[in-house]
Design a protein around this ligand. Sequence first.
Ligand code: ADE
Length: 228
Amino acid sequence: MIGIIGAMESETATIIGSMEQAETQVISGVRFVRGNWCGKEVVVATAGVGKVFAALCAEAMILTYRPKCIINTGVAGALDPALGIMDVVVAEQVVQHDMDTSPLGDPVGMISGINRVELPADKKLSEALIKAAETVGAKAVCGVVASGDQFIAERQKKELIRSRFNASCCEMEGAAIGHVCYVNQVPFAILRAISDGASEDAIMDFQTFVQKAAKQSINILQQAIKSI
Ligand code: ADE
């Protein structure tokens, strides 16, 4: 079984709507739908926004469904100036940009206990997603995905995250899913289509493009899932 997580309805509804033999279960307030999609056995969860919802969703998914891997689909704000709306980022690594024990002498982003800043996504899954993105004609890069419990809509904040972590995009769940998968030794991948530029225009752009970008990500996942 393949696990798929999206934060918002707009990031999962199209998948759930085209699943066969769908069965729903609610765990800790999160809706999990298991069934067949594109000939594959999947479980799709709509986690909610932010790292805590993402983490509890990933943990519940792993303990309940034992997926062979988890893929996070959704939208993101661009940090790399070369990326535009509808371009795609596949995580090479994930970081939690708001994890900060630097007053104690640690680097910003370091996860105490694991003692790492970046956590690596699964290479094979990520390659399949990049290939699928190219197949649908999307511009796609493999890079660092930075997650935090903040919607970034300020040039200064955006540039700080970019310069600290060399991140390609920012969003609010991927690194939490990566963290949970890492401690459970479950391979994971993060697929994000750009909905905005994470600076002052982000509020308008997000509202305008969130649906379209969410569909772009799902479309790529649909292409990739045949080979996963
Ligand atoms: N998801 C989409 N755009 C985002 C942004 N600008 N900041 C955080 N998460 C996002």
